[in-house]
Design a protein around this ligand. Structure first.
Ligand code: FAD
Length: 391
């Protein structure tokens, strides 16, 4: 039997960030992962740290705070994780989208965020490969990007230097709250006891929650990505179509039925080595991460609509991951009423890379009973229960 102060369940980017901050601020941390570290969603995604697609207000302020923490990490952490902060843009293909983009920019600017509209000329300057008929778009100047896999491992290594212990191939099978207030955690690799437990198991967080009779409303929302090979310089920063916002928040788009069916909207990310990540799709189809070639074809067609030049690109590979979706698109970063010293840090949907830093920081602050850096009311686990009761 091994005893730990803080036991983090789940070795994705969220668990690694929590292990980093908790060990940095004096806690003795053990992090356990059922497979290899960073083998879940955090290795099957893009690496954008975005405010551009966040609802103005709490959501975007939380993202800006997380962006600032990642910027600090880029100076403080030992390893490089391909951090760059060139900003990002959304492009519009109709007058209707331009009008909606203008409203989006006005709301963001009113909230104090560095947004601006782009006209046809700006778009031309951004990349000569854009389709001629694009009308313009908008820019968020602070948006940044990382290699999520490298960042998660950097955090894990830093946590280990700060004394954290890491166990892979260690699957949690049962969690029990003892009368003396501690937890007993049965795993495929022996029994652990802990004073604090953090459930950071991404799309699997509901299964860990069930072990203490908690119903955690997170569902897997599948997304596909194409990796295209290095070639001429297509662009330096992240580009999305405005329709991505509609896809994310569930509005109606004017696209063909297949694009609508798979929730495909252009996301273009140049990596540091100038390979390209081209996405993505959004579907509720369970836990299967097998690549569906029909979806890949649809993503490729969508990319060619915005960048006709992409028809010449070589595809290296494709992959799919599961976003941990919640119905209000906000993560759960929370203690749990009735279970002292138990925390949930999951449900980041398509924003877990963006919000890993702020999540780790908040959980450390909760464990150390500090005032939190940002208000956490909208992130509470109990918000779902209350909605069911009042609804
Ligand atoms: C196509 C796609 C593109 C994306 N692009 C972006 C982006 O550009 N920017 C952004 O911010 N976000 C993006 N995301 C979202 C982001 O990838 C996720 O929000 C984030 O990776 C979630 O991290 P996590 O640590 O919660 O989950 P995971 O990385 O899945 O980690 C959870 C871990 O828990 C482990 N686990 C589960 N059950 C157990 C158990 N019983 N015992 C022990 N361990 C267990 C799992 O093995 C897993 O490793 C994207 C997602 C997808 C799918």
């Amino acid at each position: 039997m091994r005893h730990c102060d803080v036991l983090v369940i789940g070795g994705g980017i969220i668990g690694c960030s929590i292990a980093y901050y908790a060990s940095k601020y004096g806690r003795e941390v053990t992090i356990i992962e059922k497979g290899e570290f960073v083998s879940g969603t955090s290795s099957r995604c893009d690496g954008n740290i975005l405010a551009i697609d966040k609802d103005p207000g709490f959501d975007s302020q939380m993202s800006l705070f997380s962006q600032r923490l990642v910027d600090e990490w880029s100076k403080d952490l030992g390893n490089s994780f391909e951090y760059r902060a060139p900003g990002s843009i959304l492009v519009c293909e109709s007058d209707e989208e331009m009008e909606a983009a203008k409203r989006w920019v006005d709301r963001q600017k009113a909230a104090g965020l560095p947004f601006r509209m782009l006209d046809r000329q700006d778009i031309r300057q951004e990349s000569p490969y854009f389709a001629d008929d694009l009308l313009g778009g908008l820019e968020c100047a602070t948006d940044s990007t990382v290699n999520p896999y490298l960042l998660a491992f950097t955090l894990l290594e830093e946590a280990k230097k700060q004394g954290a212990k890491a166990w892979k191939q260690t699957e949690v099978k049962q969690v029990k709250k003892e009368e003396n207030g501690t937890f007993t955690v049965d795993t495929s690799n022996g029994v652990f006891t802990a004073d604090h437990v953090v459930n950071a198991a991404g799309v699997w967080a509901p299964r860990i929650g069930e072990m203490l009779d908690l119903s955690i409303p997170i569902e897997p929302r599948k997304g596909h990505i194409i990796v295209a090979s290095r070639q001429q310089h297509v662009g330096s920063r992240k580009v999305m179509e405005f329709g991505y916002l509609i896809s994310k928040f569930g509005g109606v788009r004017r696209v063909d039925p297949i694009t609508e069916k798979y929730g495909v909207a252009l996301v273009f990310e140049p990596t540091e080595s100038q390979n390209f990540l081209i996405g993505s799709s959004r579907e509720f189809v369970g836990f299967n991460t097998k690549v569906n070639n029909e979806v890949i074809k649809c993503i490729a067609n969508r990319a060619i609509r915005f960048y006709p030049k992409m028809a010449d690109m070589m595809v290296i590979r494709s992959y799919a991951g599961l976003r941990p979706w919640t119905e209000d698109h906000l993560p759960i970063i929370s203690s749990v009423e009735g279970i002292p010293n138990y925390y949930i840090a999951a449900g980041h949907e398509g924003d877990g890379i963006s919000l890993a830093a702020v999540t780790g920081k908040i959980i450390e602050e909760l464990i150390n009973e500090k005032e939190t850096s940002i208000p956490i009311e909208p992130l509470r686990f109990e918000r779902f229960k209350e909605r069911v009761i009042t609804g």
